[in-house]
Design a binder for this molecule. Structure first.
Ligand code: C5P
Length: 217
């Protein structure tokens, strides 16, 4: 497959979604928010009262997911769930569900289908390691846990949602541990992946850095 992919992996609240979307916009590439797929499986499972410990039921839900991505909006069975999948309960359930190998396999082809001309920017945890191992450029985008908690806090405040920074930090650390410690497709900086620490960079600087690296290859 000679359609280029830029894989951007990293922990929760690192800003990789915003950065990936902007890079895609600048290059005129398609964009895949792979985390949204895990969130959609979680939402769908919670709504149908499925047992979040039942890998078979969950992988069935993942395989049958009726979802449409339209610009910045996400539709599940014709309902706009763009905001619903960002809820904290959904984040936590998604990170649990993402530990099941069958669920991950069920979502594999759906993710690869986003690879269309002229190119794709994909963000997640295993874009460079599992889903697009032949990506043209692989970035591990991160920031300190404190910085990420502060960014999430600011985001929530701007939306008028009450939050507690130490609870956010604790939740982030738990999710980091689960995402990095799991046996299938753990979050880690793999070989041939370049590290981009955005602790003291803003979004524009992070985007420029990726565009520069892409222009060099
Ligand atoms: O990136 P986001 O925070 O939306 O992802 C939600 C959850 O989905 C993550 O905590 C992670 O456990 C899981 N995920 C994954 N592999 C991906 C993307 C997300 O396991 N490629």
């Amino acid at each position: 497959n000679d359609i280029p992919v830029i894989a951007i992996d990293g922990p929760s609240a690192s800003g990789k979604g915003t950065v990936a979307q902007r890079v895609a916009g600048k290059l005129g590439f398609h964009y895949l928010d792979s985390g949204a797929l895990y969130r959609l499986v979680a939402l769908s499972a919670m709504r149908s009262d499925a047992d979040l410990a039942d890998e078979h039921v969950l992988s069935d839900i993942a395989a049958r997911l009726d979802v449409v991505f339209e610009d910045a909006e996400i539709w599940l069975e014709s309902e706009n769930v763009t905001d619903a999948i960002r809820a904290e309960a959904c984040s936590n359930a998604a990170s649990r569900i993402a530990t099941y190998p069958r669920v991950r396999v069920a979502l594999l082809e759906r993710q690869r289908a986003f690879r269309q001309f002229p190119g794709l920017v994909a963000d997640g945890r295993d874009m460079g390691s599992v889903v697009f191992p032949d990506a043209a450029l692989k970035i591990f985008l991160t920031a300190s846990a404190e910085t990420r908690a502060q960014r999430r806090y600011k985001q929530l405040m701007e939306k008028g949602i009450d939050a507690n920074i130490s609870t956010l930090l604790q939740d982030l650390r738990e999710r980091d541990a689960r995402d990095s410690g799991r046996s299938v497709a753990p979050l880690q900086q793999g070989e041939g992946t370049s590290l981009l620490d955005t602790t003291s960079l803003d979004i524009g600087q992070a985007v420029d850095c990726i565009l520069r690296q892409y222009a060099e290859i």
